[in-house]
Design a protein around this ligand. Sequence first.
Ligand code: FE
Length: 190
Amino acid sequence: MSSSPAALRAEALESLLIEKGLLDPAVVDDVIERYNERIGPMRGAQLVARAWTEPDFKQRLLADGSAAIAEYDFEGGQVDKLVVVENTDTVHNMVVCTLCSCYPWAVLGLPPKWYKDPAYRSRVVREPRAVLSEFGTDVPTDKTIRVWDSSAEVRYMVLPQMPPAWRSADVGTLAERVTRDSMIGVEVLA
Ligand code: FE
């Protein structure tokens, strides 16, 4: 990824503030971590919560992810084609990039470290259930597991199943409950 002028500017400012003792690098790391874990994936979580509560939107999202999110002003692009795959009672989906670390930045923020790990990238294809159980996720054996290999051209996001107990929650509350890992497919929401 090439650095944008804004990124360079931010980096210059950060270095300067740290040098002057005005900024604690740990605070910066904390902000970045929060962005990675929460704020970034919140875009995806908004889409999921809306899909759960608006059948029309869900249909559009599954039919053509890129078109469905075009109305949102998600910056950070990095998604030429977004494909959203739906978890159902019979199918569980997982996302990987076996070649490198392609990831739908625009909707999930920055990829977690383990997503770039060669072990995850190779094993998820060979033994998805073993990988899932290491994440503490048990998918019933009668469910088909589908692994989607991302590329620079096509990025995948999982539409997780909504736990039945959440049915009465409003869309905002639902969005807060949707986790990044559930949209990569290594977690089942409960
Ligand atoms: Fe990649």
